[in-house]
Design a protein around this ligand. Structure first.
Ligand SMILES: NC(=O)c1ccc[n+]([C@@H]2O[C@H](COP(=O)([O-])OP(=O)(O)OC[C@H]3O[C@@H](n4cnc5c(N)ncnc54)[C@H](OP(=O)(O)O)[C@@H]3O)[C@@H](O)[C@H]2O)c1
Length: 427
């Protein structure tokens, strides 16, 4: 078992990694910290943007430059703590981190998560070990294990250290679960989110949905948006609510204020049959008019209505709208959600927040095409109304779909509940 001091360095790698939130996709979030043989922090780094230097490189660079390079000589023989396994492959924009670690004669590397990227997946650790560096991850014992029982702790301390170690491993996993899915399954991570009343409605029976929850909880929703590559809605929500689906509450500006971090609005995806729309209404909708048109993506069955086709092609050619007429149309003339996910993966969109409405959300559930659910619940009831989830053809309670509750957060008088997909549900 590694000791409390080392665990605190690993905890710091997660804090650092989180500073890249919203900027590195489809890369993982990574933090690294370099510590001298005497236990002093020499340098810190985190991955800030896709294509930019990795956390390990920045931590070493920081150690070389801090205090005018006063402690740079201590890099040799130091320990590098990383939230994710250092890369060892060359088929990317930056050179392998393992080469730099070896060149700098770092003595030990402690890692929270192994990188499941088939191009890495333990080979980073293997390369370090082959160069005589003590290297191991807390999620997989490779070579020198951290569990050597030499920390000198008593029973209670060992228990506390073990529990902190488990918490950190879990946190590191949660931090990069989007990346882990995308890199191993080549499919975007799908997070379903809706806001409902206590009696399960997302709108009144008159269709009014503004607003189900308070401003505080809506702000939390925008924080979620910031961390996803894309937000998807069904065509009815696009028409009825005329949403903008951008990140508000100055959250983008706050991210931008962090050095070198990229902050951008997610792509906005609309799924539905555009043949049924009225051109005048279509022309008036925000997502086809605002400054983010080049971040709007439409998935529709082939459009036969000439005027609508002309309008959408014009927006595509002149303003960068992405417009897909999907080949794979279901029996009810609906777009195949699996095809949408395949297309998004090929656009390097690694994660998506589905913000409704109930028809399309229900379909994601029916087809088991989701990884996580967030229910934002207001302490109010409306009686009859538009239910959050539609028919699932379930007649027996024993056939109900069950979830694991990952987190319940009280925000004022309201709740944000995060549910994990149980085994067998996700494809
Ligand atoms: N409280 C909340 O969190 C929240 C969030 C969002 C929306 N809402 C409310 O929900 C209302 C709209 O919900 P809704 O259920 O009527 O519509 P929706 O889910 O927004 O859109 C449904 C439409 O999506 C299209 N679609 C395309 N492919 C599909 C597929 N594979 N499976 C299912 N649908 C597919 C279908 O239209 P085509 O037949 O044209 O393809 C379908 O009618 C809005 O008025 C809004 O106020 C509430």
């Amino acid at each position: 078992m590694i000791d409390t001091k080392e665990l605190s360095f690993l905890k710091r790698t997660i804090e650092l990694a989180k500073r890249g939130l919203g900027g590195v996709s489809p890369n993982p979030y990574v933090g690294a910290i370099l510590v001298s043989a005497e236990g002093e922090v020499l340098g810190e780094g985190y991955h800030k943007k896709y294509g930019g230097p990795h956390a390990e490189v920045l931590a070493i660079q920081d150690a070389q430059e801090r205090d005018g390079g006063l402690n740079a000589y201590k890099i040799e023989g130091s320990t590098l703590y990383c939230s994710l396994e250092p890369c060892s492959h060359t088929n990317k924009q930056t050179p392998p981190c393992t080469d730099l670690i070896i060149r700098k004669k770092i003595k030990k590397v402690v890692i929270l998560s192994v990188d499941p990227n088939p191009a890495v997946n333990g080979s980073g650790i293997a390369k370090l070990l082959a160069s005589g560096i003590e290297a191991y991850s807390l999620t997989r014992n490779s070579g020198n294990s951290g569990n050597n029982g030499n920390s000198g702790s008593n029973g209670k301390e060992i228990e506390a250290e073990q529990s902190l170690e488990n918490t950190l491993v879990r946190e590191a996993y949660k931090l990069n679960q989007v990346f882990f899915k995308y890199i191993s399954k080549h499919q975007p991570f799908v997070h379903l989110k809706w806001a409902q009343t206590l009696d399960g409605c997302v709108a009144t029976k008159g269709g009014d949905s503004k607003w189900v929850t308070s401003e505080n909880l809506r702000r939390e929703g925008h924080k979620l948006r910031l961390t996803y590559d894309a937000i998807l809605v069904g065509i009815n929500t696009f028409l009825n609510d005329n949403p903008k689906l951008d990140v508000r509450y100055s959250l983008l500006e706050e991210r931008k204020a962090l050095d070198d971090v990229i902050a951008r609005n997610p792509y906005r995806i609309i799924v539905g049959n555009f043949n049924k729309l009225n051109l005048t209404v279509l022309k008036s909708l925000t997502m086809l008019n605002d400054e983010l048109v080049n971040r709007t993506i439409i998935f529709t069955p082939e459009v036969f209505t000439k005027e609508i086709k002309h309008f959408l092609y014009k927006l595509r050619d002149e303003r960068g709208l992405r417009f897909f007429e999907t080949k794979n149309v279901l029996a009810n003339s609906r777009v195949s959600l699996q095809e949408v996910l395949n297309q998004l993966a090929s656009l390097k969109i690694s994660s998506m927040l589905v913000e409704g409405g109930p028809t399309i959300t229900t379909e994601f559930i029916k087809q088991k095409l989701f990884d996580k659910i967030s229910v934002f619940m207001a302490a109010k009831i409306v009686g009859e109304g538009l239910k959050a989830i539609g028919d699932l053809s379930i007649f027996k309670m024993s056939d109900s779909i069950n979830f694991k509750i990952d987190e319940v957060e009280h925000i004022g008088e309201e709740l944000a509940i995060t549910l994990r997909n149980c085994s067998g549900l996700s494809k």
